[in-house]
Design a protein around this ligand. Structure first.
Ligand code: AMP
Length: 397
């Protein structure tokens, strides 16, 4: 379905075009018309499905087409993490660029200046407030937050918020909202506690389920928690296993593909690389050599994760954690095709732990973690915070 078919406001269509969206994703196709009708919605959808635009676009359209109070908060989007708040705000900024709507992301960990800006926006009104629960609750307790004209509430990644222990904070915030409002709840999974939350918050919601792709059961999945500098030695170690005949190692960037290939070649491994910097002819040649078994190991970007049919790959190694669950499923789905079994290893650096946990939630299973060989030194502790992360400071009114 094309975006032009939803009947969106022209100013919104400009933002959609500028963002490069043409066709709606499945979750957008289902959710947008319901939100435009004013219905409450509960949707199971993961990151990567386009769920953010599925709620932002119809809410923006409703605000543009109905009178709304500029001196209040009109829509509140509650999310589990600062990263998600920033990401949604950026997405919103792009989509609403030509609409004149105002927005602010409110999350913990900011400095005094951020707090002053947040206080100003929350007391003078903003069309969209995207917040983490704890920080929003802290502001509400101070008494200046203008919520009396709020029309729209979105809970995003609700299952994760409950896992993180935000239930009480969420309920506290909701108690301060007008009873008459439209509610949207998005969650990757629908365990009973989410249904319970939905019963408390939503009114006769329409339910949307987007089928989750899962990797075939017969793929043996294993993951290793490693420091970044241990990744290449670990790949070398894993590739030494003589049981694997045809191996693909996925990296998220061309640069890591090139570096890893160089390193493996240094150890005289039968390896080639494939990525978008190669001419089409060269790519085809590499694929031909890989298919025929002339080279045993292919180091690839996600260029290879979808649609390329090579039947007898028996090992996939994720040198880094894929961007989202769909990419993970596509990457490891390269193995265990047809009758054969397959193995998939994923290397997780401390800063990738959270991303991998989200993937595990998507596929509905915890991937067993392997032990590093002794000569690689100690592995990071699970849950270790990534070093050198600076708090984001983007804010906009
Ligand atoms: P989300 O699942 O909301 O995190 O979105 C995942 C990514 O897909 C984001 O980078 C969005 O900007 C992008 N996206 C969302 N909807 C569309 C669409 N209809 N067409 C192209 N890209 C999209």
């Amino acid at each position: 379905m094309k975006f032009t078919e939803f009947g969106f406001d022209d100013r919104l269509m400009e933002g959609i075009e500028a963002s490069g969206y043409e066709d709606a994703t499945p979750v957008q196709e289902k959710v947008i018309p319901l939100v435009l009708e004013g219905k409450d919605v509960i949707a199971s959808a993961q990151t990567g499905t386009g769920k953010t635009a599925a709620f932002l676009l119809p809410l923006l359209h409703r605000m543009l087409s109905q009178p709304h109070n500029e001196h209040s908060i009109n829509a509140l989007v509650i999310v589990p993490t600062r990263e998600l708040a920033i990401q949604i705000e950026q997405n919103l900024e792009g989509l609403s660029y030509f609409t004149g709507m105002s927005s602010i992301a409110v999350y913990g960990g900011g400095d005094g200046q951020a707090f002053v800006q947040e206080k100003k926006a929350l007391s003078m009104g903003a069309d969209f407030v995207i917040c983490t629960p704890g920080k929003m609750m802290a502001h509400i307790k101070m008494g200046y937050v203008k919520l009396d004209q709020l029309h729209y509430l979105v809970l995003d990644e609700a299952d994760r918020m409950l896992d993180m222990g935000f239930y009480d904070d969420i309920m506290f915030i909701i108690k301060h909202l007008p009873a008459k409002r439209q509610n949207l709840l998005f969650s990757a999974t629908m365990p009973p506690k989410i249904r319970e939350l939905a019963r408390k918050i939503l009114h006769h919601p329409s339910e949307i389920n987007i089928a989750i792709s899962k990797p075939p059961e017969k793929i043996i999945q294993q993951a290793f928690l490693v420091f970044e500098q241990q990744k290449t030695p670990l790949v070398r170690y894993l590739l030494k296993d003589k049981n694997f005949k045809k191996i693909v190692v996925f990296c998220s960037s061309k640069l890591s593909v090139k570096q890893l290939t160089r390193e493996l070649k240094r150890f005289r491994m039968p390896v080639e690389e494939i990525h978008s910097d190669l001419e089409q002819e060269k790519r085809e040649e590499v694929l031909m050599h890989f298919r025929s078994g002339r080279i045993q190991i292919l180091v690839a970007t996600d260029i290879l994760s979808r649609g390329i049919d090579i039947d007898d790959i028996d090992l996939v190694v994720n040198y880094d954690v894929p961007h989202d669950g769909e990419d993970y499923v596509h990457r490891i789905g390269r193995t265990a095709r047809a009758e054969s079994d397959g193995t998939a290893y994923t290397l997780i650096s401390p800063r990738e732990q959270r991303k991998f946990a989200a993937i595990e939630r998507l596929i509905g299973k915890e991937v067993p973690k392997g032990k590093l060989p002794d000569d690689l030194g100690p592995a990071p502790e699970p849950g270790m915070p990534p070093a050198g992360r600076k708090p984001g400071n983007r804010r906009q009114r």
